[in-house]
Design a protein around this ligand. Structure first.
Ligand SMILES: Nc1ncnc2c1ncn2[C@@H]1O[C@H](COP(=O)(O)OP(=O)(O)OP(=O)(O)O)[C@@H](O)[C@H]1O
Length: 274
């Protein structure tokens, strides 16, 4: 049985430059509630444009030339993302969808404690919470992402890269979104730290039930963490299947060549337990 959170239909984006670039071409995909969908494909295949486009985060010269994006809210309402105004969209993005960017850990303010930065999220978006409630929520978040509540007064430079990235994940989790879009969230980290963070993202989505769109060049890593993988080429999804299928029985010639470009994939699968 399917229970889609996000239905993307015939979605296309063109960069209106000379000559125009058709960056995303007629993409149709449902993101199920609670699943991790990986977007794979070589540089320039349209992964980022698709992930940003469905949240209407693209700026000119990008033009959405076709498509519908419908968000099936947990409260039962269907929201047509294209019909939202700028202000509605901003609120929607914080409440329902959150993003973890590549190198996000460097986006923390160096002169403010991580506790204060997390507190700000609640201060701005949950004005009904008092100081005590906010503090409890911040400690809770730091525990959830395994940074630990005791770090509430730490400054970003006092934390490792992996810890800072966990703080960014805590920030993305703060308002309990239903969808998290992660764009190369662990690329800058060493492999062991990456693994731990991925394992945790996978566990958290079971615990909180959010869906994840995960973008990376790293196909082996995507195979470990994703339930399904969409292989993109020149703006189109050429294959969409479970990780197991992509790994053991890829259908498309391009998927096969992508897999063969990762020597790591000749060994055993990794350790992330989905
Ligand atoms: N601002 C822009 N103006 C013109 N063309 C653009 C712009 N941004 C992206 N493109 C083009 O759109 C296509 C898709 O790019 P996109 O960044 O979405 O791919 P990607 O798969 O995310 O690549 P990467 O993995 O390198 O981020 C590419 O051909 C790129 O050159």
């Amino acid at each position: 049985m399917t229970d889609p959170l996000l239905s993307i239909r015939d979605f296309s984006v063109v960069y209106d430059v000379d000559p125009p670039v058709a960056a995303v071409k007629n993409v149709t995909i449902d993101i199920e509630r609670g699943e991790i969908v990986g977007l794979a494909g070589e540089s320039g295949s349209g992964k980022t444009t698709l992930a940003y486009g469905i949240q209407r985060l693209l700026k000119p010269p990008a033009v959405i030339t076709s498509g519908d994006v419908v968000f099936h809210d947990a409260d039962g309402e269907d929201i047509d993302i294209n019909s939202l105004g700028v202000e509605e969209m901003r609120r929607f993005r914080w409440d329902k969808i959150s993003m973890v960017f590549q190198g996000a850990m460097n986006a923390l303010n160096p002169v403010t404690t991580i506790g204060a930065q997390l507190d700000d999220v609640f201060l701005i978006h949950r004005p009904e919470m008092n100081r005590t409630e906010r503090r409890a929520a911040v400690v809770d978040l730091l525990e959830i992402v395994k940074v630990g509540g005791a770090r509430i007064r730490s400054y970003p430079h006092e934390l490792s890269g992996g810890m800072r990235q966990r703080v960014m994940i805590a920030m993305a989790l703060a308002l309990r979104p239903q969808l998290m879009v992660m764009d190369e969230p662990t690329t800058a980290l060493d492999v062991l730290v990456q693994r731990e963070i991925l394992k945790q993202i996978s566990q958290l989505r079971h615990e909180f039930g959010f869906s994840v769109i995960f973008i990376t060049h790293d196909l082996p890593l995507l195979l470990e963490i994703s339930d399904r993988i969409a292989i993109m080429r020149e703006g189109a999804i050429v294959e969409l299947a479970t990780s197991e299928q992509i790994w053991s029985d890829p259908e498309h010639e391009y998927t096969r060549s992508l897999l063969s470009s990762f020597p790591r994939l000749t060994g055993e699968k990794g350790v992330v337990v989905r």
